[in-house]
Design a protein around this ligand. Structure first.
Ligand SMILES: O=C(O)CCC(=O)C(=O)O
Ligand SMILES: [Fe+2]
Length: 301
């Protein structure tokens, strides 16, 4: 039901692979991909780097706490994101890194291009920045395969990712706390906000994808395989053809690390369907969703 696809075959336009991707994008809304430019070793290194950071004492993590800033760079403590207003804030911790525009860039004052915050350890910045750059490349390739797969005009996406609001996140799910009740989740049910999410995990289970008829499908992938899914902007942009499917992590006995890259267009791209006459700027949609879900940005525009 959730296909496993060869990224190299997608990149050269292999027909059956593109067809399977198109069916996944317009159907279940999830797939897994392997054979990308990011090896299992690179993913393992990123996971290890995040794991070491999340295991630091709170006081050290607080030095890069995003709650002290007006943007979303650095560490998000447990309870600092609430993706579902019906649920309690998530008990996961996370660390966000964004796209850096060159000094003087006209979009430089936007929150989405805020300077990154880095922990003291220079290895963290080295490993995570390199992972970021390659993940953006992988996501770019996959998105053009998706355009091909659904028969969209490739020109529709061309130029839309010049300064991508691409956010790389390390998610840290500790073992599910014993106080956790029915409204407590590692990450509560949500759809992703942007175009494409490229998700690496440490291989442990936890992610569940909502079935259209009800119920949940567990999805896991070892380091080196990526889970991909599609967000609200791509659903809107494609007139509802591509599906943004709700998903969640309840959490279990073991800690878990996952690394989503949320791949989004440049701030000022209109993601309304072609010839619809509507306007929805990518940046405006993302601002609205950030202000709903990051607790420290709630009510702040
Ligand atoms: O940890 C996972 O497997 C999923 C994370 C997720 O859905 C998210 O960060 O948006
Ligand atoms: Fe998600």
């Amino acid at each position: 039901m959730i296909p496993r696809l060869d990224a190299a075959a997608l990149a050269v336009g292999d027909g059956p692979s593109l067809a399977a991707l198109g069916a996944a994008a317009t159907g279940v809304g999830f797939a897994t991909v392997f054979n990308t430019a990011l090896s299992a070793e690179r993913v393992d290194a990123a996971i290890g780097t995040y794991r070491a950071f999340f295991h630091l004492p709170e006081a050290e993590k607080r030095v890069v706490d995003m709650a002290r800033t007006g943007s979303n760079r650095g560490w998000g403590a447990a309870g600092s994101e609430q993706v579902d207003p019906e649920a309690n804030p998530d008990y996961k911790q996370f660390f966000d890194v964004g796209y850096q525009v060159p000094a003087g860039h006209p979009l430089g004052d936007k929150r989405f291009y805020a300077p990154n915050l880095w922990p003291d350890d220079p290895e963290f910045k080295r490993v995570i920045s390199a992972y970021y750059d390659d993940a953006v490349e992988v996501a770019t390739g996959l998105l053009s395969a998706i355009a091909k797969a659904i028969g969209a005009d490739a020109a529709h996406f061309d130029g839309a990712f010049e300064a991508p609001m691409a956010l790389l996140r390390g998610n840290f799910y500790p073992a599910r706390p014993d106080w956790a009740g029915a409204k407590d989740f590692g990450i509560a049910t949500h759809t992703d906000y942007g175009c494409l999410t490229l998700l690496a995990t440490d291989g442990s289970p936890g992610l569940e994808v909502r079935k259209r008829g009800g119920g949940w499908i567990p999805v896991s992938a070892p380091p080196g395989d990526f889970i991909i899914n599609f967000g609200e902007m791509l659903e809107f942009w494609t007139g509802g053809r591509v599906k943004a499917t709700p998903h969640r992590v309840v959490g279990g006995l073991d800690e878990r690390i996952s690394i989503p890259l949320f791949f989004n267009p440049s701030y000022d791209v209109n993601v309304a369907p072609e010839r619809s006459g509507q306007v929805m700027l990518a940046g405006d949609h993302l601002s609205a969703r950030f202000e709903e879900t990051y607790v420290h940005l709630q009510g702040k525009s």
